[in-house]
Design a protein around this ligand. Structure first.
Ligand SMILES: Cc1ncc(COP(=O)(O)O)c(C=O)c1O
Length: 392
């Protein structure tokens, strides 16, 4: 059982505001702030490079923590600036040739879809969007049938869309990709820290995510997992002297592990804070966090259904902590502003077509309010949101 009081004691400022934008950037637990501050003070007292030397063991431990989170090897983990950069480093490293098909889902994040278009323009790949089934999840039958025909080089999609919706059946997708001999790149940006992840069980070859969302780490850190055997066949789109070394004036050698996707310069304090966040999630138990998040998400959906004029847009079998809704008379932006001005501020976000263009257009939606709950939120906080919606 999760100790809710402890979770809240661990979370500075959660009594002063109602933070329901955990899918944007969550409130960090105190251990994260401590790790960041400790290293920043070290930098003040010792100098940046000397502080990094002093934190070598702590830094190394971050890779092991992320590996534990994903059931991977530490050598299969790279730490970068954000989830998009993690994803880009992998995607642009793939050796596409003209006519290669990238299969994605309607729920794809626009930041990933734009690179598909760029490579279509640059090297003639083809983009195919898999249809959803009646639950709003990727249609497994359609995927299976498409994989029986040639041409597919990559299946790439988000496990949880940034505008809510169902958890994709990633294990079944992974099994189909493995059976078809096709690479599977999983965007777990909204899933990491929310849903237990096991790259072996999922069967994905690559996975990307961020620190600041459900893992509750600092901003400015993202990470990737890449299967070690695949990693060694991929030439990163950018190389520096950390990713590779000069052997002669004419020759360089790329390092063997996933850190070939990193750059030498990075924010060490944020990276150590991220490590603390992963350790905190592991100590809580991601399975327990997931159970609590589902309980809160479903509670909020049930309560929203009782508010006149409110329509909840979530669809799918297995729903997450991302709850999306709209109001008959008020735009999502108006609602967000109104909630932010309550005596106890309520943070929600607006989901528009910028992040999930395909899905929003397919469903004929322009914008929705997104209230994203985390395990440290309470039913009383959700009641306060509902109360505020009643008095709009
Ligand atoms: C599904 C999904 N993928 C990728 C990203 C990009 O993450 P980042 O902003 O860390 O690059 C987001 C951000 O909201 C997201 O929701």
């Amino acid at each position: 059982m999760l100790d809710l009081d402890q979770l809240r004691t661990d979370t500075p400022h959660c009594q002063q505001l109602i933070h329901l934008n955990n899918a944007g950037a969550s409130l960090a637990p105190r251990v994260v702030l401590d790790a960041v501050n400790r290293h920043q003070m070290r930098e003040v007292e010792m100098g940046g490079y000397e502080a990094a030397d002093a934190a070598l063991t702590e830094h190394e431990a971050v890779y092991h923590s992320v590996a534990r989170l994903l059931n991977a090897k530490a050598s299969e983990i790279a730490l970068v600036d954000n989830a998009t950069r993690a994803w880009d480093m992998l995607f642009y490293a793939l050796p596409f040739k003209p006519g290669d098909v990238v299969l994605t889902s309607v729920s794809e994040y626009s930041g990933n879809y734009i690179p598909y278009l760029q490579l279509r323009q640059r090297c003639g790949i083809t983009i195919e969007v898999l249809p959803n089934d009646e639950h709003g999840q990727v249609c497994l039958k359609a995927l299976e049938q498409r994989l029986q025909r040639p041409g597919v080089a990559l299946v790439s999609l988000p496990m949880v869309a940034s505008n809510g919706g169902a958890v994709q059946p990633v294990q079944a997708i992974g099994a189909l990709c493995r059976a078809g001999g096709v690479l599977f790149l999983l965007d777990a940006c909204q899933a990491a820290g929310q849903i237990p992840l096991d790259v072996k069980a999922i069967g994905c070859h690559m996975l990307t995510a961020t620190s600041r969302k459900y893992l509750r780490g600092p901003r400015g850190v993202g990470f990737l997992y890449v299967d070690l055997e695949l990693c060694q066949r991929l030439e990163p789109p950018f190389l520096d002297l950390h990713a590779a070394s000069l052997i002669t004036a004419q020759q360089y050698e790329v390092r063997a592990d996933a850190r070939r996707f990193e750059s030498w310069e990075h924010n060490m304090a944020a990276t150590l804070g991220f490590g603390a966040a992963v350790d905190y999630a592991l100590a809580c138990g991601v399975d327990k966090l997931w159970a609590r998040i589902q309980t809160l998400g479903n509670y909020l959906r049930r309560e929203l259904a009782q508010v006149p004029g409110v329509h909840c847009h979530d669809q799918g079998g297995l729903l997450t902590g991302l709850v999306t809704f709209s109001h008959q008379r008020h735009s999502a932006s108006e609602i967000r502003q109104y909630l932010a001005q309550r005596p106890t501020r309520i943070n929600v976000s607006v989901a528009g077509p910028a992040s999930t263009w395909l899905d929003m257009h397919q469903r004929g939606l322009t914008e929705m309010v997104r209230a994203s709950v985390h395990a440290y939120n309470t039913e009383a906080e959700l009641d306060a949101l509902i109360q505020a919606l009643h008095t709009l």
